[in-house]
Design a binder for this molecule. Structure first.
Ligand code: BGC
Length: 752
């Protein structure tokens, strides 16, 4: 069965309304389009509230007891004091807080809120991007599993833990497409592809929200950052974006639509502006597209100070003006800046913001609290016993190990160097990522304890029969040489039979405010790699990374390379599982690894150039070193017998595609079979290839299996000249291949 690739994609492409012609004042008709009916409880509360209380409900504040990691990203958070916040809660000056810690702290605030005049419970939010105390792989790593079901399970497990400590709302999933590897936040999403990102968006939303938001193990999801945050120019965080409406609709909106279709309760606005229009103040985005076209009926929250920053961008005169523009654009709840609390009362009084609009936003906040069951029991997610019982359970940790194994991508394995024997080999683990508790979890793990994660050296020692054969040498810091480090590393390599070189990026080199201008392994580590490789021992590179990297020299030329991202709590164990063949590698790249850093942004689904043969740099080809979808297994896989059910299908028809996958090797393998299509002649230049479906097949040694895809003609739709979805007749190419740039098996068919 095809994985319903374009259900959401098609539904998002419904309008050809010209984005850039929309006006920015007054309440548009589209606002009424996606309205959730309010309960009588909510209506009656709104009727009793003062404008100050309403503005309070629309105010979300960081907590003063935020963790050190969180405070680093949002420094103001650390400055606020608890007592103020408690007073604010009781006085109804704040509707919710985020990134607090633990049941006791949450209880304290909730108790204050419930003593307030109207007894409206607070909502507690948290950035739990890939696990709470049990940490799962960074989302980009997990996307390498190409397994939405796995992503749903890890999101579910994260929800169970966070909900046990008083959180109602998660600031995830991050569903931004990441096509520029310099942008640090690519690590938080599912990579460059529209289909994979949409599938992951849907799955993660479902996982967080469970069957019912009222469940004490469910949290409201927040798809973010709406929209095209990943298109920031130069890959620079917070930068402006300048993309066409076509690209906005074809590439950046579909994962959000997928999350909407999965019932995502909330959405966070993105920091950037698109072609000069800020998202936080852009009604065309937050209301007309999001509600009017996409049918979103939940709560829109701003990002941290993103509303007041529209003044810094020169789109509002001051904070008051920014508050007016943001609320009229459709931003329901303000995060951190406090500008709604400060200015909505006077804006309403002056007639600059209609009370009706404020009530609408308040209705959404209260409706969310109601759906979460907070009116029935404001303390429902704050239970000390549950907090203890649900942390780092055995099933959660074993899921973390499974997810970590499935996220690892084997780029190369020349001469079948891997898997390694567990006995009789002296192994030198060299590099700044060889051991120690740092850089295992990855960015955005505000609530986890590094010391609880398993590092590479410990896991390798535990995996071999004689741990005394393992030596560990750092050799280099991450971005600086160590005096004598290379000599020590070379000596260790000399006295070993095999080298595992653990190099790459520290976790703070990806995530928010962590863009890199050059996506390479830092120079001191490259120097270490060159020296160690020159010793001539078989070398496996275990890359630590939060983005695609352009690999060079000895790292690129190593016979075996594993992409191990930041894999979370069970990182070391999972890497050792792959190294020693407890399980085979099955991950595939969710982002293209380019030949050189200068190619970025590089993504496989680029449009066809007019002179393909000459579309290259003077010094290198214009394609990927390791393409999207690439990843090897321990099997010996071949593709044969591609058969399509017909050479011609009608516009409402479908094509059955069958292929046989064989494993001629001696190890079991999980192969990801990918179906790509190219529309050969169309009214708009189409991508060279687009992923339309993918399927895993588990093959024991010496076995083969048929894999079938059903491709509907409707899946071939794109946005025509008028930006309306169209399936054009004519010739199509189709590939079933092990990556976006592998030859695979090819066929042609026609839509008539
Ligand atoms: C980030 C968001 C995050 C928020 C709250 C912002 O800086 O962009 O992704 O959810 O902070 O911590």
């Amino acid at each position: 069965m095809l994985r319903q690739p374009n259900v959401s994609r098609r539904s998002v492409l419904i309008s050809s309304a010209c984005l850039f012609a929309w006006q920015a004042s007054g309440i548009p008709a589209a606002m009424a389009a996606a309205r959730r009916p309010l309960s009588s409880r909510v209506k009656s509360l709104i009727a009793q509230m003062t404008i100050e209380e309403k503005a309070g409900q629309l105010t979300l504040m960081p907590t003063p007891w935020t963790s050190a990691a969180a405070a680093k990203i949002n420094p103001e958070a650390a400055l606020r004091n608890v007592e103020n916040l408690t007073d604010d809660a009781q006085a109804g000056r704040v509707g919710g807080v985020f990134n607090g810690f633990g049941v006791e702290a949450h209880r304290k605030l909730q108790t204050a809120a419930m003593k307030g005049r109207l007894g409206i419970p607070m909502i507690f939010a948290g950035d739990v991007i890939h696990g709470y105390r049990t940490v799962f792989p960074v989302p980009l790593g997990e996307a390498a599993s190409f397994d939405p079901d796995l992503a749903e399970r890890t999101a579910r497990a994260a929800a169970e833990e966070m909900a046990a400590t008083g959180f109602d709302w998660v600031f995830a999933p991050m569903v931004d497409i990441g096509r520029d590897a310099r942008w640090g936040r690519t690590v938080e999403g599912a990579g460059e592809d529209v289909l994979l990102s949409s599938d992951m968006a849907r799955a993660r939303t479902r996982g967080f929200q469970g069957r019912s938001l009222a469940d004490d193990a469910s949290v409201a999801a927040c798809m973010k950052h709406f929209v095209a945050y990943g298109a920031a120019e130069s890959g620079l965080d917070y930068n402006t974006a300048d993309i066409s409406e076509r690209t906005l609709r074809e590439v950046y909106l579909p994962p959000f639509q997928a999350a909407v279709d999965a019932g995502c309760a909330t959405v966070m606005a993105a920091f950037e502006d698109i072609a000069g229009r800020p998202i936080h103040g852009g009604r065309e985005f937050l209301t007309d597209i999001l509600r009017g076209e996409m049918g979103f009926d939940g709560l829109v929250v701003g990002d941290y100070n993103g509303d007041v920053e529209i003044a810094a961008r020169g789109l509002a005169a001051d904070a008051r003006d920014a508050a007016r523009i943001a609320i009229m654009a459709g931003l329901d709840m303000s995060m951190a800046s406090g500008i709604y609390r400060d200015h909505l009362p006077s804006l309403v009084q002056a007639g600059e913001v209609p009370m009706e609009r404020v009530d609408e936003a308040v209705g959404r906040v209260l409706a969310l609290k109601e759906r979460l069951g907070l009116f029935e029991d404001p303390f429902r997610r704050m239970d000390l016993k549950r907090q203890k019982a649900r942390m780092r359970t055995k099933p959660a940790l074993s899921l973390a190990r499974e997810a970590a194994q499935r996220s690892i991508v084997m780029l190369k394995n020349d001469g079948d160097l891997l898997p390694l024997p567990r006995e009789g080999k002296r192994i030198a683990i060299i590099g700044p990522f060889a051991e120690g508790p740092s850089n295992l979890h990855g960015p955005w793990t505000l609530f986890a304890d590094n010391k609880e994660a398993v590092d590479l050296a410990s896991a390798v020692r535990a995996a071999v029969s004689d741990a005394s054969l393992i030596s560990v040498v750092k050799g280099s810091e991450i971005t600086a040489p160590i005096e004598g480090g290379i000599d020590a590393a070379v000596a260790a390599a000399r006295s070993a039979d095999i080298v595992i070189l653990a190099v790459g990026e520290r976790e703070a080199m990806s995530g928010e405010a962590a863009s890199r201008d050059l996506i390479v392994v830092p120079a001191p580590q490259q120097a270490l790699a060159e020296a160690v490789a020159a010793v001539g021992k078989p070398m496996i590179v275990a890359l630590r990374n939060g983005r695609a990297l352009a690999l060079e020299g000895a790292i690129l030329n190593a016979p075996a390379i594993l992409v191990t991202w930041f894999l979370g709590s069970e990182m070391g164990n999972a890497v050792a599982d792959i190294l020693f063949g407890a399980t085979g590698p099955s991950g595939r790249l969710p982002v293209s690894f380019p030949i050189s850093a200068g190619q970025v942004p590089y993504y496989y689904a680029h449009r066809r150039p007019g002179r393909p043969a000459n579309a290259r740099y003077i010094t290198s080809r214009y394609d990927a070193r390791f393409p999207f979808g690439h990843g090897l297994t321990y099997g010996e896989i071949s593709y044969a017998d591609l058969v399509t059910s017909s050479k011609q299908i009608p516009k409402d028809g479908s094509l059955r595609v069958t292929v046989t996958i064989k494993n001629e090797g001696k190890y079991a393998a999980r192969e990801l079979v990918q179906l790509y299509v190219q529309d050969v002649v169309a009214s708009v230049t189409q991508p060279v290839r687009e992923l339309k479906a993918y399927k895993h097949v588990d093959l024991p040694p010496k076995r083969s299996q048929q894999v079938t895809f059903d491709l509907a003609a409707a899946d071939l739709a794109f946005l025509g000249v008028d930006l309306k979805p169209v399936v054009e007749t004519g010739k199509f190419k189709l590939w079933v291949a092990p990556s976006a740039e592998a030859a695979g098996l090819a066929e042609e068919f026609e839509v008539s």
